[in-house]
Design a protein around this ligand. Sequence first.
Ligand code: HEM
Length: 229
Amino acid sequence: MTPSLPRRMLLDLASAGLLVFGLSYWWLGNAAHELAGTAMFLLLILHNVFNRRWWGRLPRARREPRRLLDGAVTLLLLGGMLALLVTSVLISNALSGVLSAFGGFTLRQIHSLAAYWVLVIVAVHLGLRWPMIMAVARGLLGIETASRPRALALRLLAAAVAAQGVWSALVLGLAGRLSMQVSLDWWNFEESVAAFFLHCLAIMGLCVAVTHYGLQGCRRLARQARRPG
Ligand code: HEM
């Protein structure tokens, strides 16, 4: 039996949390990092079992822009997660007795590169289903009617999170991490732990907002283009 959408989303929230948690390797230490990563992959296997119908429909899906984009992002996410999984196994300390021939600097770099790309792609994946996530949130909070002031407040909040996300991307040197630039200048967890997680969440918020409002903008433009005269 497949759990209800709100319960499934709790599992999704846990996977996203474990992904962000895993990025704090230098705070967690190796054992907690490997445990968090293993739990995340197990949750993601469940996630895809629950969403197996989507994979079944993929070859016959209508070739419209929104679906093509969703398909491409999901396949990219699959590729990123597989790269993360394979490099995790090869560089794992827990498995080093079995796989002692592997490891090394380049594999670690690919692992970290995949992790930051996955962070961005997961956020785009969430942005593509933001209306569904908001509908579940409204259901849980018992909100039944639309409200202009609430919509405006949420848009302002989204703009603030996106602006913070740009700043957080600069602070964490995201561009360098996504282009595999080697840097010794890394987050000092002795100064603050919470700030690191807030920067990661703000970056995810930025990607969600760009995807969701970008799609809304494209839809509006397409509607205008179809209007006669
Ligand atoms: C931390 C990682 C991830 C998070 C937070 C996440 C989040 C979500 C959410 C919120 C949904 C909609 C609710 C649901 O069906 O559960 C969803 C749907 C889906 N996800 Fe993920 N996901 C993640 C990773 C992945 C990965 C790695 C894949 C594929 C390899 C994937 C494939 C799918 C598919 C196929 C759907 C169904 C799409 C649909 O029916 O429109 N997800 N995901």
